[in-house]
Design a protein. Sequence first.
Length: 504
Amino acid sequence: MATLKELRDERIRKLLELKKLGVNPYPATSHRSYILVAIHDQFEELNGKKVTVTGRIVTLRKMGKIAFVIIRDASSQLQLFFKDGTVSNPNYSMSELGFNQLNLLDSGDFIEATGNVIKTQTGEISVEVITTRILSKSLRPMPTSWDGFTNKEERLRRRYIDINVNKAVYDRFVRRSKFWQSTRDFLNMENFIEINIPVLEHTTGGADANPFITHMNALDQDFYLRISHELPLKRLIGAGYEKIYDIGPRFRNENYSDEHLPEHIAFESYTAYQDYEEGMLFYERMMKKVALDTWGTLQFDSVNGFKINLDQPWPVVRYPDIMKQRFDVNVFNPDIRQLATILKDNNVKLDGNITTTRALDSVWKIIRRESAGPFWLVHEPVSISPLAKQDPTDNRVTQRFHPVIAGTEMGNGYSELNDPLDQLERFKEQQHLRDTGDAEAQMLDIDYVEMLEYGMPPACGWSYSERYFWMLEGVTAREGVPFPQLKTEIDEVTKSIYPEIFKK
């Protein structure tokens, strides 16, 4: 079996031969008149008519005076039928090839074909080619199927190959696009305004996460990559907008897991004069609509090992109640020794500075991982919700809400805290945790406090990330994005192909 280098060398030989003929193997212009699926769908109308189609060569078979080429575009596949004597003499300066130059083509090349729509003797809808042009000469062979490209690390590093040969992966990212388009469409129909906010921040906040740090030469200052969209969007609520949102990346300098990526896409929205109870109803409706638009169903047989039915009213569960029922934990007077014992008994190990807040959250996650849902978790203690408004019926808890589905939290929302003095005290508590070693505690953002002093109306905020997509799609986080970050690595084959670059 020929090595990749040998196959590449043969294709380069063909490339040089094309250039000797005066053919530009990489022209800028193409002239497609129909996508491939239209040739199939409109065959009765197009039968006998001249069309121009384009696509990547999947297979090429030349048998004497005839040849059959299968090409593929984003819509479908189509057979091209070449017959010596029917294919016109080529104009090499236009990147055209004649019948005798078909041997200079390979699978993976992009071509353009003009000819008449026919049905062959075997009943195959085809284009009988009159002229053909090369649009791009490929120098490496594409694997013929996913069966030949199964190494997970290799698939993630060369996702463009994975998508080409694995239709399930191709379709996944079409659904990912539908997922975010549905999110955007739902909000726009509800009269929200999309306002893009900065990625670089002097002070980052809105979540418990360790930020990435970068340096801006123009200002000679360090900046943080945002960990959340929250605080800038709430500044806009303070500025007078009443329904706003943003969709885009956020960055959390933490480990990979099946549910987390250091960089991922998320959205946040804020609505003035809405509280968390109204928000739960609104965003439950939204999550159902997005799921239906993306997958065409609200019932999923296997999500993280659970059977999920979103097509029902989602119950509301209080955080203090479920912690008491499951582990007899009093969340208002937690015993760190009891929490440590629970974590040890359930094989949960915490690294770094173990605070009561982190221990409580980790005990809750044990319960969460066992919960199919869907249900709304509400009334988390003030100590673990530094940006949420206290509940007037019980000032120990906040008006915060999470949808729990398939063992994970699929979003986060709350009645926003708009009391500047209360917010300042909570920020000071978070900053103290940060100063004493908790790198994920929130920073004190005095500019945000000042905005609140000018006044912000009551509002409900809400966010979910593409974790909601990954989970219902049934894939891990890295499988759920086109190009996950990977450690830089150059394989030996590549080094051997480009020795002038990778000199020892």
